[in-house]
Design a binder for this molecule. Structure first.
Ligand code: N0T
Length: 523
């Protein structure tokens, strides 16, 4: 007998992102889900490579793996589709009990069409490229070419149709990324004659409304920003239509990723991919591409000021934060705590497999078990707490801190209480200023469980509590500190109480995956 679709259904409906009061949550099979992910290298999207993927995924203990699905791979000849890799990938992901994020490498892959089939990327007449101001051809397809949109959208719809058929009842796939790092390097916009004509025309009403501007041409409305805003609108409109057509078939959450502009010292558009979802044009993407659930950063600078500024820019009431890519080197691992403290629904280091490929200096120069251990530690600690953290985050009750490069003490304002986080101190004794860890690697996560009661966890850090604003005059104590574990049902199991040397100098986290319930009080 053939199992009916409903008998196979994992329940809870298609994965989705819900938002309320400017906060967000990812639901998988109806349950809150914290995406602890890993993205494979670009060329690991072939069946023969998967044997070198799974050991790395097991090592890092990711619950989700992001893998490219390339246009050239599914439609090598126009109109003829081949989903054999997707089928193999789904079967193996299920065997390994992980979810998938599928990355649609189509018109844009790091701004270029390298993943488009030859019949696309060799036919510049049918699928024109972006032109610079002085007529130079860039290796980036124009977002204004209707033929390109049609071809990409057709392929994407075939992909989503197949995905619904093979995964619609199982929900192994929880997110789809539409294109990869769109935009163009080396120009602020397309200067082809088609583009120039549209640039001289009126700014679309939806965008005027979103930006609170009076009508006019792009230059009239947006002045010096006009070229970049026009390009962002054009690309977002293209990708938004691809996403919408895919969602009409199978509405899993969809997102785009950004090759960032420096949040603190942005150069001119074109030094970063102009028109991509950089932080300054997020409002344009929101208006032009409502089918996208979120815009996500790819963070390859480990400097803490840069990293946390990016997290702030992409964590918004209208944009759930998800770190779509980050370096797989040691300095990046700790930032999962800062990301979760800013309501992240997911975190994915890039280049996680044992193919021998690496992207040094963006990530580790050798991707092996030792390199992955800092990420594995985090996932080991956080995986059992995932659903709880996702839920408490949705209620606005999660705080996080990652060790900065040169500052060794931070405070977190929890409202009624404040937490001071120090790095590099021994477990025992007080009075010395924290020297920081060498290299920086500390992180702390705090979640409110009830009145005066908090879940506290982390690595390589000391946490000390005190009354919050207005309560400074009161005598403080930790009434009770329990260490325990969460089982797969989210049930808390008491292990022991911490007291004496283990609480006299705050609570001190080492390299052990320890989870505390801390009850705070005054007398
Ligand atoms: C990323 C990845 C992959 C510090 C790089 C980052 C991935 C793509 N691109 O390994 O190619 O598919 O999304 C671009 C970073 C630019 C340089 C940052 C300077």
């Amino acid at each position: 007998a053939i199992a009916s679709a409903s008998a196979m259904d994992a329940g809870g409906g298609i994965p989705r992102i819900v938002s309320e009061q400017g906060r967000h949550e990812l639901l998988v099979d109806g349950k809150p889900f914290l995406l602890l992910g890993a993205q494979v290298n670009n060329s690991s999207n072939w069946p023969a490579m998967l044997d070198q993927v799974w050991p790395a995924i097991e090592k890092i203990q990711a619950n989700t793996v992001a893998v490219p699905i390339a246009w050239e791979q599914i439609e090598p000849t126009e109109g003829q589709f081949d989903f054999s890799f997707l089928d193999t990938l789904l079967a193996q992901a299920r065997q390994h009990r992980v979810h998938l994020v599928l990355l649609w490498f189509g018109t844009w892959k790091n701004t270029g069409p390298s993943y488009a089939p030859s019949w696309v990327k060799l036919d510049n007449r049918r699928f024109p490229r972006v032109q610079t101001r002085d007529g130079k051809l860039l290796d980036s397809l124009s977002p204004l070419a209707g033929a390109t949109l049609d071809a990409d959208r057709t392929a994407f719809v075939q992909f989503m149709t197949h995905l619904r058929q093979v995964d619609g009842a199982r929900h192994t796939t929880i997110l789809v990324q539409v294109e990869n790092e769109s935009g163009s390097y080396g120009t602020d916009r397309d200067y082809s004659s088609a583009a120039n004509a549209q640039f001289a025309a009126q700014v679309p009403a939806v965008l005027l409304q979103a930006s609170g501007k009076q009508g006019g041409s792009w230059s009239q409305v947006f002045g010096n920003d006009a070229a970049e805003y026009f390009e962002a609108w054009s690309i977002a409109h293209f990708i938004g239509q691809v996403a919408a057509a895919g969602k009409a078939v199978y509405p899993v959450p969809m997102y785009v990723n950004s090759a960032l502009r420096d949040p603190l010292h942005p150069g001119p558009a074109g030094s970063y991919p102009s028109g991509g979802p950089s932080d300054n044009v997020m409002f344009i993407w929101k208006a032009a591409a409502p089918a996208l659930d979120l815009l996500a950063p790819d963070i390859y600078h480990s400097d803490d000021a840069y990293y946390t500024a990016v997290l702030d820019r992409y964590s918004k009431s209208d944009n759930p934060l998800m770190v779509a890519e980050t370096g797989n080197g040691q300095p990046y691992a700790r930032y999962i705590f800062a990301a979760l403290g800013r309501q992240a629904i997911g975190f994915m280091p890039f280049g996680i497999d044992y193919t021998g490929d690496n992207n040094w200096p963006l990530g580790a120069c050798k991707v092996d078990a030792d390199a992955l251990e800092p990420f594995a530690m985090n996932y080991r600690l956080l995986q059992p707490l995932g659903g709880l953290i996702a839920d408490l985050s949705y209620a606005g009750k999660v705080w996080g801190a990652s060790e900065p490069d040169h500052v060794h003490r931070q405070t977190l304002d929890l409202g009624a209480w404040q937490a001071t986080v120090s790095y590099g101190l021994p477990q025992f004794g007080s009075g010395t200023p924290p020297p920081g860890n060498t290299p920086p690697k500390g992180g702390v996560l705090i979640a409110q469980l009830g009145k005066d009661e908090y879940l506290v966890t982390g690595y390589f850090a000391r946490v000390e509590f005190a009354p919050g604003k207005g309560g400074e005059h009161r005598h403080f104590m930790m009434e009770r500190v329990e260490e325990g574990t969460y089982d797969s049902q989210g049930q808390w199991h008491f292990l022991r109480r911490w007291n004496g040397d283990q609480t006299d100098y705050g609570v001190n986290f080492s390299d052990r995956p320890q989870v505390l319930h801390v009850k705070l009080a005054t007398y």
